[in-house]
Design a protein around this ligand. Structure first.
Ligand code: GZL
Length: 327
């Protein structure tokens, strides 16, 4: 009789053998899948689309966001700081995970960056720096050293012209870090060459159209004196080349031109013998921007300044490297 009860009990309880370890793991695995990582949401306030360089930078950052499955809220400021401040205010209200800012000018950022800090939203500066009393208002700046770019341009030009030239300078956007620092570095290096003289210097806002317009004015007032042109970016240099050619002058031969950026148009102009040199300022920032955001969001410390490396290119090598250019 007892054996009957044992059998009944056994049947009631069922033959629940202990699951094997493998079965246990399988059950846990299936039931408790780690929650999918939350999609990063990043606000990107871009200066505008004033130059080929800017377009290349935008393409690099947007492309990298897509590749990494990051939701990028993109705002084009059309060159106006007020639009950038409005965009940042909106990003803060939307509680984005981080803000990427390419600041059109150096000053006027304290208030909106204080709001980002209070909202605990890290701000990554790309390609242009800012002047703030409290450097904790931004996490890091990823950019080239514009002062060094100006020095490189001046040293190259001095060698090319044997230390003697009347120079006409096309400055970038007034108040923008690259315009201020490229001018500073150029003038600093020229101190060693007393016969290298900047006869005229004017802003052409980093655009091709304004570069042409300002060069036309230089030609009108000082045609006979123009021996060299220093443009803070390739787009303005290409505009100047157009103006010089339309005036029947010989850019790249009678007038030596050097600019900065290293965009495809500059290499084409060097191959055509119309531009003499350009200092590359790499705009392909997408990968480093998102690598940096990943570190910041993981609580890792990052340097206050992450410098892009620059390189000078001349006519002599333009033809062999142009096919390798990515922007
Ligand atoms: C440099 C960038 C400058 C480029 C220009 O980092 O801010 O702005 O040199 C662009 O082409 O307009």
């Amino acid at each position: 009789m007892r054996w009957l009860i044992a059998v009944a009990l056994f049947a009631l309880v069922g033959c629940k053998q202990q699951p094997s370890e493998k079965q246990q793991q399988a059950a846990e695995g299936a039931g408790s899948a780690a929650p999918a990582a939350k999609k990063l949401v990043i606000g990107f306030s871009q200066v505008g689309a004033e130059s080929a360089w800017r377009t290349a930078e935008t393409k690099s950052i947007r492309g990298e966001a897509e590749k990494r499955g990051v939701e990028l809220k993109f705002a084009d400021a059309q060159g106006k700081q007020a639009n950038q401040i409005n965009a940042l205010t909106s990003f803060i209200a939307q509680k984005v995970d981080a803000i990427v800012l390419a600041p059109v000018v150096e000053t006027g950022w304290e208030s909106v960056l204080m709001q980002a800090k209070e909202a605990n939203i890290p701000v990554i500066l790309v390609d242009r720096g800012i002047k703030v009393s409290d450097e904790s208002l931004y996490t890091t700046l990823i950019a080239s050293d514009f002062v060094e770019e100006g020095r490189m341009a001046a040293e190259w030009l001095a060698k090319k012209t044997n230390g003697k030239a009347n120079i006409f300078e096309l400055q970038g956007t007034t108040g923008a870090a690259p315009a201020i620092d490229r001018k500073k570095g150029f003038e600093e290096a020229l101190k060693k060459y007393p016969e290298m003289v900047i006869l005229k210097s004017q802003s052409a806002d980093f655009t091709r159209a304004k570069g042409k317009e300002v060069m036309e004015a230089f030609i009108k007032s000082d045609r006979e004196k123009i021996q060299a042109v220093y443009a803070h970016n390739d787009d303005m240099a290409l505009g100047a080349i157009q103006a010089l050619e339309e005036a029947g002058m010989n850019p790249g031969k009678d007038v030596t031109l050097i600019s900065i950026d290293g965009v495809k148009g500059a290499f084409e102009a060097m191959v055509a013998g119309k531009l003499n040199a350009t200092v590359e300022c790499n705009p392909l920032m997408g990968p480093i921007v998102f690598d940096t955001i990943t570190k910041v969001k993981a609580g890792e410390k990052v340097p206050k300044f992450i410098q892009s490396k620059d390189q000078l290119f001349e006519q002599s090598t333009a033809a062999q490297v142009i096919s390798t250019r990515e922007y």
